[in-house]
Design a binder for this molecule. Sequence first.
Ligand code: SF4
Length: 255
Amino acid sequence: MEQNNQIRSTVSVMEPAAQTTSLLANYQPEFDMDFVKRLLGRQKTGGLTRSTRNRLKQMHEGVYQLLHPRVVWGVFPVAAIEKGRIEFVSGLTLKSHKMARAMTGAEQLVCFVATIGRKIDLKINQLMDQGRIANAYTCDALGSGAVESVAEKFQSGFDRKFSSNEVHTAAGIRFSPGYCDWQVTEQHKLFSLVDAGTIGVTLDKSSLMTPRKSISAVFGLYPKGSGPATKKHNPCFYCFKKDCLARRSPAETIN
Ligand code: SF4
């Protein structure tokens, strides 16, 4: 039987890494089309309608021109991971049972905020004002797919970097405030770690980000040989929430 101390990770104290801002100047934006299609209803219907497919095709290039991807991030040493909480060396604590379990063994957490900028928000608002609701919805889904792609590319960059690193191994799965059992109000803690204002992202009292197509998230860096490859690091294996758009893998008994 698993004991509580098996999900504790206590590591040597390191100085927090300096915050780094990446403007992703050479990054070519992409859309996570799988995510876009899920947002547009593919899950429910088994496929997109012809009109939705045509609308996606027509709007793809125009929305692409609106993307301005940027990321700000920092790497922060972890002091301890106990059931339901992750404590940084600085004393800041993140509270989520699923995330704490998933981060078991992580020595550092990468905290980041990614955005595709505000032009797409303006476009969505314009389409809504014109009563072009279907186009606004499609534009919104493409924006979500684009910022999802920025986050994926940023994290895979760490995967590549750390796969050749002598000390650390690949980054673990990503968590964002508001997903799983991590309260959205903890978004304020992430914003206290990285200066999202440098990429034009702000947070209001309701924990909502502006521009809307922004993502804040964390993922873990693990010592070599203890990477997050096992099921215990992925809460989706044990979660039976059927309509979750953020699902990373099927649950064990859901096909
Ligand atoms: S399916 Fe996965 S991402 Fe969604 S709530 Fe469950 S554990 Fe979290």
